[in-house]
Design a binder for this molecule. Structure first.
Ligand SMILES: *Cc1c(COP(=O)(O)O)cnc(C)c1O
Length: 372
């Protein structure tokens, strides 16, 4: 079976983990965490970064930093991963679901003003497949209403919007190093903060609500319970693994882009399927390759027949507003999100996918859709 995705392995992971073991400094916030932080700040112009155990945890930090509480409303695209909503739900917020665009699954900024109430505190956007949302429009609307913007950039490390790295445009950016992402530590995440007022408190929340940083910096002679917080940072073992990956990130993204373009140049000419629109100012990172089929029935046929030929293909998100958890309160119709859920198919893409496998996949897609 040709897999849908496969993690990149650099070969240095074990070497760095061995170094951690020899140092006997296992717990976290050490040499490898710092190496990752420095790299991420320099390479992507992120001002303030903190590794976390997951993207979910990074968003959880955001929900604490913003003091999300019952009564607050958070706008979340329906077509996204559960994690974009869950940390806010856990703090008692009401989720207001937003629809997608018709030419890609990203949030449609035009409907935002209709979704605002005086309780709206946050808009979460998710850059699907590393293809940027319309950030100028979103930031302008949000700023004019004093609403915070959180970028769920789980797919998007290294991708840009008008020459700015995704994750650095909203007030917060959250990334994932889950095994399905372009670089991974198995589980892992990153919080980027782009608004200075949150830096100091973030240090405390990151370290279980203590002022341990001030203690380590010699500013106080003991460290104490200062604020709420959780154990957000990964162990040095995880950071060492991640460092071995991050060192190769630019090369990984470049290779993935070659494979992405290879698919795109051929598949764009098949009239029975549609590909996502990528605007000139959006340089993506080839996180995934997907295509749009005419409807759910044809989508199922394509997935099934690809599987019969040893090719793993799948649909993607189910609309959050129709999920068993949300449904009790929500009977709204979000046409585009529901349409993406019904019609989108992802096909294999990973760092070392072979050209002959891509040729085989392209040929099979062509022959399956010919009968539509
Ligand atoms: C992978 C993913 C996440 C979750 O990441 P974790 O690191 O597993 O918490 C969140 N949002 C989106 C859009 C994702 O694709």
């Amino acid at each position: 079976m040709i897999p849908l995705h496969q993690p990149f392995i650099s070969g240095n992971e074990i070497k760095y983990i061995e170094e951690v073991i020899k140092s006997r400094n296992l717990s976290g916030n050490g040499k490898f965490t710092n190496l990752c932080h420095q790299f991420l700040q320099q390479e992507f112009n992120f001002d303030y970064v903190k590794l976390t155990d997951s993207c979910t945890a990074a968003l959880d930090m955001v929900s604490i930093l913003l003091n999300i509480s019952p009564g607050d409303e958070v706008i979340v695209p329906s077509y996204t991963y559960i994690t974009s909503a869950n940390p806010f739900v856990l703090k008692g917020a009401k989720i207001v679901y937003a629809d997608s665009l018709s030419d890609n699954p990203n949030i449609d900024p035009a409907q935002l003003p209709k979704l605002f109430t005086e309780k709206t505190k946050v808009i979460v956007v998710m850059h699907y497949g590393g293809i940027a949302c319309e950030m100028d429009e979103i930031m302008e609307i949000a700023n004019s209403h004093n609403i915070y913007v959180v970028e769920d950039a789980a797919h998007s490390l290294g991708a840009t919007y008008k020459n700015r790295f995704l994750g650095s445009i909203g007030h917060f950016g959250a990334f994932s190093f889950h095994t399905t992402k372009n670089v991974t530590s198995g589980h892992g995440g990153l919080l980027v903060i782009n608004d200075e007022q949150f830096y100091e408190r973030a240090e405390i929340i990151w370290e279980k609500g203590t002022n341990r940083k001030m203690f380590l910096d010699g500013e106080v002679n003991k460290y104490e319970w200062y604020d709420v917080g959780l154990s957000f940072y990964p162990s040095e073992i995880t950071a060492a693994f991640l460092w071995a990956q991050l060192q190769n990130l630019l090369m990984i993204n470049a290779e993935r882009l070659k494979s992405w373009d290879y698919y795109y140049e051929v598949l764009k000419n098949i009239p029975q399927i549609k590909l996502l629109e990528v605007k000139d100012y959006s340089l993506h990172n080839a996180h995934l390759f997907c295509l749009k089929t005419p409807n759910r029935e044809k989508r199922n046929i394509l997935i099934c027949e690809l599987k019969n030929n040893g090719i793993m293909a799948t649909f993607h998100y189910l609309p959050l507003h129709l999920s068993p958890y949300a449904k009790t309160e929500n009977t709204i119709k979000l046409k585009e999100a529901e349409d993406w859920a019904d019609s989108l198919v992802r096909i294999p893409l990973y760092y070392d996918i072979r050209t002959e496998d891509q040729d085989f996949i392209i040929q099979k897609i062509k022959s399956i859709v010919q009968n539509w």
